[in-house]
Design a protein around this ligand. Structure first.
Ligand code: NAP
Ligand code: GDD
Length: 368
């Protein structure tokens, strides 16, 4: 009989990749989706029509991490072998505006789900918790590993810290197989449009195609360890296949600034930028344009805008600053490499290439 997985947050970036991975491994996949006034399943719709997965079994259940009785019902009905708790209010900046809701979902939601698992009495079910490098916040050590002390810097980070510790507590108190994946930032063409990488690649594509004049960002100095999301979702599965429940950092071990991400994105299209000014006065101007340096754009030559040296394409607005910022993240995932055989393959430059090519193609086709 095939194994059953239950995924919360199945409609998100990671949920969609994890679903693909588990279906390919022969799992029966159950996902929890929220009721929405318009369709919210665009990241997983393709899985119903995928010829490679014709014999797949995939089921969706309405639910919410703030609704305990419904979590109980879903667990009783599905009786999953593995649970992946990916659902969250996952936007750090937004968590300053809705801290209570963020705590309800990201902190207490994790508790509700674990407690429901305990009450329903599914003793063999394994539980994966989507923990985060945001726990390290104001970093106490460089690079950050499983042993680095935490210092979260946002209501999101604090809520996820509760999630982390309640997993550890249920593991120790009730012998539940519950593991934290402490994942550093991971991105993809399916990344939500308000996270910085996707905001950059979408805007750069629109600027090159003439749908937008400039890109407005917040802190350009923030450094992140950015990896490629599908690889991290494979890592989640490996964490639950480990012989014992444990906590693992997944990261690339490289760090780059937001400014680097912007520069590389434009550069992939043959547009070189130069920076002038400091802080919120900093601006990015076109230094040179040579679309021939980007052979992948050959088919779109007639549609590219007449960008020229000196054009302003990037500016800073303090409106995007956070009340407290996480300035530097760089992870050490040597434990995952040693114990799980997991290592990030896609590095920064390739990640930028994947994302700008995908967004350029999308914008060229649809205009948004
Ligand atoms: P995402 O794209 O924002 O997806 C979040 C998912 O959670 C969506 O499916 C969303 O549903 C669902 N959700 C939100 N509130 C919910 C609620 N109250 N009840 C049930 N479902 C709810 O996030 P992601 O990037 O895939 O990240 C997955 C998880 O990993 C999150 O927990 C995130 O905090 C964590 N994480 C992410 C990263 C990263 O770099 N991506 C790194 C470390 C940890 P809708 O589609 O209906 O909104
Ligand atoms: N979103 C956003 N928008 N961020 C900006 C902008 C902007 O216009 N300008 C600069 N930034 C900076 C932020 O201040 C932050 O330092 C950095 O870019 C990355 O921001 P996000 O892409 O929003 O991601 P995050 O690092 O705050 O959080 C993501 O990664 C965490 C793991 O470390 C999310 O996916 C979290 O859910 C995840 O836990």
């Amino acid at each position: 009989m095939s194994k059953k997985a239950l995924i919360t947050g199945i409609t998100g970036q990671d949920g969609s990749y994890l679903t693909e991975i588990l279906l390919k491994k022969g799992y029966e996949v159950h996902g929890v989706i929220r009721r929405s006034s318009s369709f919210n399943t665009k990241r997983i719709d393709h899985l119903y029509n995928n010829p490679e997965l014709l014999d797949h079994k995939m089921f969706l259940h309405y639910g919410d991490l703030v609704d305990t009785s419904n979590l109980n019902r879903i667990l009783e009905k599905v009786e999953p072998d593995e649970i992946y708790n990916l659902a969250a209010q996952s936007h750090v900046k937004v968590s300053f505006e809705i801290p209570d809701y963020t705590a309800q979902v990201d902190a207490l939601g994790t508790l509700r789900f674990l407690d429901a698992l305990k009450e329903v009495g599914l003793k063999k079910t394994k539980f994966y918790q989507a923990s985060t490098s945001e726990l390290f916040g104001k970093v106490q050590e460089v690079p950050q590993s499983e042993k680095t002390p935490f210092y979260p810097r946002s209501p999101y980070g604090v809520a996820k810290l509760y999630g982390y510790w309640i997993i550890v507590n249920f593991r120790e108190a009730y012998n539940i197989f519950a593991s934290n994946g402490i994942l550093f930032n991971h991105e993809s063409p399916r990344r939500g449009e308000t996270f910085v990488t996707r905001k950059i690649t979408r805007a750069a594509a629109k600027i090159a195609l003439g749908y937008q004049d400039k890109l407005t960002l917040g802190n350009l100095d923030a450094k992140r360890d950015w990896g490629y999301a599908p690889e991290y979702c494979e890592g989640m599965w490996r964490i639950l296949q480990h012989k014992k429940a444990d906590d693992f950092v997944l990261a690339t071990g490289e760090t780059n600034t937001v400014r680097d991400f912007v520069f590389n994105t434009f550069n992939e299209m043959g547009i070189e930028l130069k920076w002038q000014g400091k802080g919120d006065k900093e601006k990015g101007f076109v230094k040179s344009v040579d679309f021939n340096k980007a052979p992948w754009l050959a088919d779109y030559k007639d549609r590219l805008t007449k960008l020229k040296k000196g054009d302003l394409v990037v500016e800073v607005s303090p409106g995007y600053y956070r009340p407290t910022e996480v300035e530097l993240l760089i992870g050490d995932s040597s434990k995952a490499e040693k114990e799980l055989g997991w290592k990030a393959k896609t590095k920064f430059e390739e990640l930028v290439q994947i994302m700008i090519k995908a967004d350029f193609t999308l914008v060229a086709k649809k205009g948004y």
